[in-house]
Write a new protein. Sequence first.
Length: 168
Amino acid sequence: MQETSQNQQLSHLNESGEAQMVDVSGKQPTRRQAVAAGKIKMSSATFAAIEVGNTPKGDVLGTAKLAGIMAAKQTANLIPLCHPLPLHQIEVQIIPDQELPGYQILATVTTKAETGVEMEALTAVSVAALTLYDMAKALEKGMVIESISLVSKTGGKSGDYLAIPKPR
């Protein structure tokens, strides 16, 4: 995990330690992409019901995917210091994983802007997982959402980032 060094100042704080929105007006727009991942674990019975489409609320996976896409577009409204960005592509994948049992969620967000889209990708994964929970909570209340993290990012002054894969 990359950590902030003692000498590196947090950009969302001013000299007085108060929150501020970072001024990115001097930056050139570049292509940026971020990929985030997470998972939701559930019982085998709940997983089987979702897989065959036997749930009280209907299309669980389609609704969760759409919710993730919509959430990425609303990130600046949810996270106080995020810049509103022109998002050029949002892809949310919900991948069945019988070993969990549950679903792996992967979101890829792309823009051409002055700042990155890590928060948009993380928001997409988070809301997709929350929507999966909401759509299936009538079947099980003990589902667990976990391991939401940034997988990779490209573009920008800080350069590319690729997370080291962790064992399950």
